[in-house]
Ligand binder design. Sequence first.
Ligand SMILES: Nc1nc2c(ncn2[C@@H]2O[C@H](COP(=O)(O)OP(=O)(O)O)[C@@H](O)[C@H]2O)c(=O)[nH]1
Ligand SMILES: [Mg+2]
Length: 361
Amino acid sequence: MSISIGIVGLANVGKSTLFKALTRNPVDISNYPFCTIEPNIGIVKVPDERLLKLTKFTTSGRSIPAVIKFVDIAGLVKNAHKGEGLGNQFLAHIKQVDAILYVLRGFENKKVPSSEEGINPKRDLEIIVSELILKDIETIEKRLESLKKEIKKGEKKAMEEMAIIKEVQESLNKEEMVIKYLKRFSEKERERRIEFLKPLCLLTAKKGIILLNTNDSKTDEQLKRKAEEMDFPYIVLDAKEACEISELTEEEKKELGIKENPLDSLIRTSYKILDLITFFTIKEDRTEVRAWSIKRGTKGPKAAGIIHSDFEKKFIKVEVINWKKLLNFESWAQAKGAGAISTEGKDYEIEDGDVILVKHG
Ligand SMILES: Nc1nc2c(ncn2[C@@H]2O[C@H](COP(=O)(O)OP(=O)(O)O)[C@@H](O)[C@H]2O)c(=O)[nH]1
Ligand SMILES: [Mg+2]
């Protein structure tokens, strides 16, 4: 499954620096056939201790991590929605991503000009959000026009959609993001609205993370409050430092007492907001163990389809054991012999940390 996060922000805030840091350690792209290689797309490993522990069930010690795509989206300036800067090209890129990483400049550096006067991350965030809102209003207006025609033709669903689209328009006109609007409803009502809104790829309907790029340890209370208001996680990170750390070898890091790459927590947060969980597979010839990402609530056959597209249709059952429980044994066969592995059918929802073996026809 290909999950992507778009790095969005004004010019000279450290987006490309962050992208460089994230993509410093390249993955073996041949393991991820769904990923295309483009200069602004980076395939980033999801750090996972569990995967490393599970390598004890392989003869090679080989592991293949789950990945997230990060897209360095250039070109947001004030009035992007009107085509300023890279304008529409920018907006086309951002429509494709699953979530948005809002990068805000908190660092002072006289040599690096900023597009707005002075350092003010909260103001910058507001500029970005209002650009995205304006673009969504444009998308909604276009949809309203085409809906009018559909209604004239007597298409039933169009009336239902019209009511929703008008509601969204009203909410956007009050500068409310679509994600906020959707939170007003019960799950069932929300799902009904999402069904209509999904094809429109509205930018403010996407989940987000607020990232302040600074080496200043003092929190920006205003920005933090704004992030809370938006209901997005707030992360403080020094992109330049992260970039330098990602160049160090494991030994150098040890010497300097750096335990965790600051990017790891960003990657984990990205994973979390997308409501992803991880399951694992161990190749039967014991050559590798692999981590896979799926949406929480995914059932056996669909999860099997991620491993191999044929497996979904040919799915018979799945053998399952939690990763930690499996570690108590020396091999899959031993765990099975001890009755620790359960056999589940088509309705089984995969849980985070499951190690699975798909049985197919
Ligand atoms: N002092 C400082 N400079 C930074 C930091 N992040 C980026 N820069 C510098 O700011 C300039 C613009 O960064 P870049 O990543 O290209 O910004 P982008 O336009 O948002 O992609 C570069 O010269 C970076 O070295 C930071 O955290 N601290
Ligand atoms: Mg850049």
